[in-house]
Design a protein around this ligand. Structure first.
Ligand SMILES: [Zn+2]
Ligand SMILES: [Zn+2]
Length: 255
């Protein structure tokens, strides 16, 4: 599977970093998105229109703001194939709002929204062409928030853009995974990060070590705060010995 970062920024973006979204090419014609905050959904290459699922982590605008733009592009191609959107229960209104803004105040018929309550890790979806099992678990954030795992055989990728550290349900979801795309909103400030439901690089490195994952990919980063990427990696390295990357918009990872 290939994961392409469409947006790697926290709520404070920069010209190079847009709000959160990741595009996953799962093989066998299955393509999915996690979150829809990135303005690149308006312009990114055409294969994004093959997306058959969107998994939304939570209702904050930096994760939902451009779902309407994506739906608009699909509508203009006369799409009839369903676009299935999974999201926490309290995110439906927000999605309706952003879809209506871009689509003449309507929700096109091909859009199907499946709300659920994230809790302990459980399977929420199965994509048969690519033999992918999708699991969700509750993240530790300021509102009802999901994290997702994409599992193919013994391969597992975890995506949790907004979470505080030491989140028990996430540590269970991530145990032994190949890679963890982990919140890295704050450069420093352990107490601030816990109070705000976000993480520092030290927090992310600690979680990666506790879950014994192979690679840690830091996302949901403030472009303004990222003056010294080496220091960010060094801070995560204090706890974690595996591979560490700082996600950038447009970057792809193959697993
Ligand atoms: Zn966010
Ligand atoms: Zn958030």
């Amino acid at each position: 599977m290939q994961v392409t970062v469409l947006g790697s920024s926290s709520f404070f973006p920069s010209l190079r970093r847009s709000w959160t979204s990741l595009f996953l090419n799962l093989g066998g014609g299955d393509a999915v998105l996690v979150d829809a905050g990135s303005w690149r959904l308006m312009t990114f290459r055409a294969d994004i229109l093959h997306t058959n699922r969107v998994y939304i982590t939570h209702n904050h605008p930096d994760h939902t703001g451009f779902i309407g733009a994506l739906v608009r592009r699909m509508r203009r191609q006369n799409r009839t194939r369903p676009l299935t959107i999974f999201c926490p229960t309290d995110t439906v209104q927000r999605l309706h709002h952003f879809i209506r803004i871009f689509n003449h105040n309507k929700i096109p018929l091909f859009v199907q929204i499946h709300p659920f309550t994230p809790d302990i890790p459980r399977t929420i979806d199965h994509l048969s062409s690519s033999q992918t099992e999708v699991k969700a678990a509750a993240a530790c954030h300021t509102t009802l928030t999901a994290a997702y795992a994409f599992c193919q055989g013994d391969k597992r990728i975890i995506i949790s853009p907004d979470t505080g550290p030491r989140c028990p349900t996430l540590l269970t979801l991530a145990r032994g995974a190949n890679a963890w795309f982990h919140d890295c909103t704050f450069a420093t400030g352990r107490l601030l990060s816990i109070r705000k439901g976000h993480s520092t690089p030290q927090n992310a490195g600690g979680d990666a070590a506790r879950a014994n994952v192979k690679a840690l990919i830091l996302i949901h980063i403030s472009g303004l705060r990222l003056r010294n990427p080496r220091a960010i990696v060094a801070a995560a390295r204090l706890h974690f010995n595996g591979e560490i990357y700082i996600a950038k918009d447009g970057m792809s990872f193959n697993f």
